[in-house]
Design a protein around this ligand. Structure first.
Ligand code: CUA
Length: 257
């Protein structure tokens, strides 16, 4: 087989192009801190969002995407730190984009995706979901704060919000009730739990009902017995709860004034 002059030239040009491409990739990784997104098939998907401190300049965030929020919702790291981001989904496919950076990952149930990013300067970054994931998609956001080192060390360590310690909150969260009902007044598929207790609601049949222990219990046991007017056609699914869990939910809803 003979290789013609032209073929030789084409081979050399291709080789040169491949080298330039590799060089540019190396430059992007080193100079602009562009982490190559990776799918880690050997890491078990996690259900709990958390920030892990490895060293004063190395952090790890486990983000869980679920309808319709990211956990943790608020992360603070000091400027100059390297952050390993691991992303998992609890229900359906979501996306994560960190505005102002090259970070863009998919959150797929059963899979953990990973990227590394270095933050040089203090700044507030917005995290958004970029994959349509249901009615709450457009408000699925979180924040990542990069602060200077002094502010970071002076920051009081924040205990978890009191409502998240309530057993009723944990029952609602575990049964995915909070996917449709917010606890802070945000509209959702179902009514918000904030200020719900004691309120008078109009029912589809024209009568009214006061939201009290008995009505909440009825809603949890027989969701379609009495339906509040103006709610979605599709009725609430019946959660599988023990009597004790129902009591905890009622107690918790009473606290959401
Ligand atoms: Cu999650 Cu869109």
């Amino acid at each position: 087989m003979t290789v013609t002059q032209l073929e030789k030239r084409i081979l050399w040009i291709s080789l040169a192009f491949a080298l330039v491409l590799l060089g540019l990739a190396a430059l992007a990784i080193n100079l602009f801190h562009v982490g190559l997104p990776t799918c880690l098939s050997d890491i078990k998907p996690f259900q709990k969002g958390e920030l892990i401190t490895h060293s004063p300049t190395h952090f790890e965030v486990h983000y869980v995407a679920r309808m319709w929020k990211f956990e943790p919702e608020d992360v603070t790291v000091p400027a100059g730190s390297t952050v390993d981001i691991y992303l998992s989904a609890a229900d359906v496919t979501h996306g994560l984009i960190l505005l102002g950076t090259n970070l863009n990952l998919m959150a797929v149930p059963g899979v953990v995706n990973y990227a590394r990013i270095t933050f040089d300067k203090p700044r507030v970054y917005q995290l958004l979901c970029h994959e349509f994931c249901g009615t709450g998609h457009d408000r699925m956001a979180a924040e990542l704060h990069v602060v200077d080192r002094t502010t970071f060390s002076a920051r009081p360590s924040r205990p978890p919000a009191p409502e998240e310690n309530h057993p009723g909150y944990k029952v609602l969260d575990a049964n995915l009730c909070l996917a449709c009902h917010s606890i802070d007044g945000q509209p959702g598929i179902g009514p918000t739990f904030k200020g719900l207790y004691g309120r008078t609601e109009k029912l589809r049949d024209g009568s009214t009902v006061t939201v009290n222990d008995a009505f909440i219990r009825e809603k949890l046991l027989h969701p379609d017995a009495r339906v509040v007017a103006g709610t979605f056609e599709q009725e609430m699914p019946k959660p599988d709860l023990t009597d004790e869990e129902i009591e905890e939910i009622i107690e918790y809803i009473q606290t959401l004034k």
